[in-house]
Design a protein around this ligand. Structure first.
Ligand code: HPA
Length: 337
């Protein structure tokens, strides 16, 4: 392995001069700088990040713990986090909790042991003692998408309340009255907020949300399938099923088709979270879209502000309704006015 001493010998300068060049120190002559950079190039020298971390007590690495890497929403979030971090000179290590609190704990512990400079978390469940302890002990941390109440950590998230209200108004306008929801876990903020927003929006139209039309899911596809099967077995099935995330919507679509029913002729389907292939399903799915890329970028900005000693900002961005055809939008007898 090429060392800093080899670079110094090749360039004919001292090790201290090489170090100054590599750290962009101004007090180096242009000639020495050029010779050092040429030597780095010729020898293929790579600075030792571990040695640098020991010197500076920084790893220039962020941890990102997400609840389900197979959920396209979180995949897109991770992509934008990684891109934004790279632009600011940080790398990202991703931990996938798979909606399991024990895995979440494992990742948080491993990342803290690796001395990441800060942690972005979308908590599974209500978080974990280790995570809360780290936040209290001053580990730079930002919650993204999901958050935990009562913890002094900035939150970057989308507020879907208005978009859910727009969706219910849209469904009501199409003549639907019996609306059901496949909810996410109540222990997550996104799970509980989406049900609450839906219930509130129905109330504004004088529509009830009876227990039989609230199905408990876990944000994964199998639960969407199971809950929809139960809805379809009711003496009076719902007119429309609203899935509180995209994976449960796909599960719902499976269950509807397995019964030989059609969307939207027999039952409507809407989803929270827009994903690229909702345009390509038959019919294309009406969905609530989040500004996922912007959320990832804002979360990284907040975390890096916190790491670098600037006051970090909590950010709330709006979600929006994207109307397609899965709720009967274009059938002649009930198209919107
Ligand atoms: N779970 C699943 N999908 C999501 C979530 C969530 O918390 N937030 C946005 N999409």
């Amino acid at each position: 392995m090429v060392s800093i001493k080899d670079v110094a010998a090749e360039a004919g300068v001292s090790v201290a001069t090489v170090s100054r060049v590599l750290n962009s120190h101004p007090s180096v002559s242009p000639d020495a700088r050029a010779r050092v950079l040429a030597a780095v190039e010729t020898l293929g020298y790579r600075p030792n990040a571990v040695a640098r971390s020991l010197r500076t007590d920084q790893t220039r690495t962020l941890g990102l713990v997400i609840s389900d890497v197979l959920n396209p929403y979180f995949t897109e979030l991770a992509r934008s986090v990684e891109e934004a971090a790279r632009a600011l000179g940080y790398s990202v290590i991703i931990g996938n909790a798979d909606e399991r609190p024990d895995l979440q704990d494992h990742h948080v512990r491993t990342l803290l042991d690796r001395r990441i400079d800060g942690l972005l978390v979308s908590p599974t469940d209500g978080g974990s003692p280790l995570m809360l302890e780290a936040a209290r002990a001053g580990t730079p941390m930002v919650f993204v998408d999901r958050w935990i109440a009562g913890v002094d950590v900035p939150v970057v998230r989308a507020d879907g309340r208005e978009a859910v209200r727009d969706l219910v108004r849209h469904l009501h306008g199409l003549g639907h009255r019996r609306l059901a929801i496949i909810a996410g876990p109540a222990a997550t903020t996104t799970g509980s907020e989406r049900v609450e927003a839906f219930r509130e929006a129905l109330r504004e139209h004088g529509l009830p949300l009876p227990e039989e039309l609230i199905g408990q899911g876990d944000f994964q596809a199998a639960s969407g399938r199971r809950v929809t099967e139960a809805f379809l077995a009711l003496p009076e099935p719902p007119d429309v099923v609203f899935a509180a995330d995209n994976l449960m919507a796909l599960g719902a679509l499976d269950a509807i088709r397995a019964r030989g029913l059609r969307v939207p002729q027999d039952i409507g389907l809407a989803a929270f979270d827009d994903i690229p292939w909702f345009v390509h399903t038959d019919p294309p799915i009406t969905a609530i879209a989040q500004p996922t890329g912007e959320l990832g970028r804002a979360a990284v900005r907040a975390l890096v502000d916190r790491i670098e000693g600037r006051p970090p900002e909590s950010v709330t961005l709006p979600a929006r309704l994207v109307v397609r055809r899965s709720c009967g939008e274009q059938s002649p007898e009930n198209s919107p006015a």
